[in-house]
Design a protein around this ligand. Structure first.
Ligand code: IMP
Length: 185
């Protein structure tokens, strides 16, 4: 399948992301001040860069685990059916947990993930999303902490992909299709 040509505009720089993560890590550290060991759960694959940077700023004992659920596939519309592809390795019953997500868009993914994880009876469970697109919400969901609220744009970089590309960009950028741009002039 041929891809529509596009370019990427920088939306949030690597420096801005790093500064925000430092602040968020301090807040999280305080929230979990009585936690012996925090279980940090990254939702694959989009959160892999974010979780790596976040845990290195968290000055406390952490365990890292991953959960993979379905999201967009290779298209740009959200799937309504969330399926588990890869479950956690560890047991979270009675544990203090932080769930790390890249983007909250319609809210379906996090709503389903939280329902699943709560059914395993953690002692405490909170959520952090690097990005939030509140105008896209279809089901009510608000992460405990959010890095940045962004408008309704399709974004890539810092772990986030478009059809599996662009995850390795160090910044968050918005996808701009060349034919959309030429339609404007
Ligand atoms: P939700 O279930 O609609 O909230 O979808 C959340 C998931 O959709 C995220 O974890 C991403 O994988 C994906 N997603 C949402 N918006 C974007 C985007 O702008 N770029 C790439 N993936 C996105």
């Amino acid at each position: 399948m041929t891809q529509r040509p596009y370019h990427i505009d920088v939306m949030i720089s690597a420096k801005t992301i790093a500064a925000r993560i430092e602040d968020l890590a301090l807040t999280i550290r305080k929230e979990y001040c009585d936690t012996e060991k925090l279980v940090v759960i990254g939702l694959l694959r989009g959160s892999f860069v974010f979780i790596a940077d976040l845990v290195r700023e968290l000055d406390m004992n952490v365990e890292v685990d991953f959960l993979e659920v379905s999201s967009y596939g290779d298209a740009m519309e959200s799937s309504r059916n969330v399926k588990i592809f890869k479950d956690l390795r560890g047991d979270i019953e009675g544990r203090d947990v932080l769930v790390v997500e890249d983007i909250v868009d319609t809210g379906h993914t996090m709503t389903s993930v939280m329902e699943l994880l709560r059914s395993r009876h953690p002692r405490k469970i909170e959520t952090i999303a690097l990005l939030d697109k509140p105008v896209r919400r279809e089901v009510e969901f608000k992460a405990t902490w959010t890095g940045f609220e962004i408008p309704d744009a399709f974004v890539v970089g810092y772990g986030i992909d478009f059809a599996q590309a662009n995850r390795n960009l160090p910044f968050i950028g918005s996808v701009v299709f060349e034919d959309d741009e030429s339609a404007k002039v």
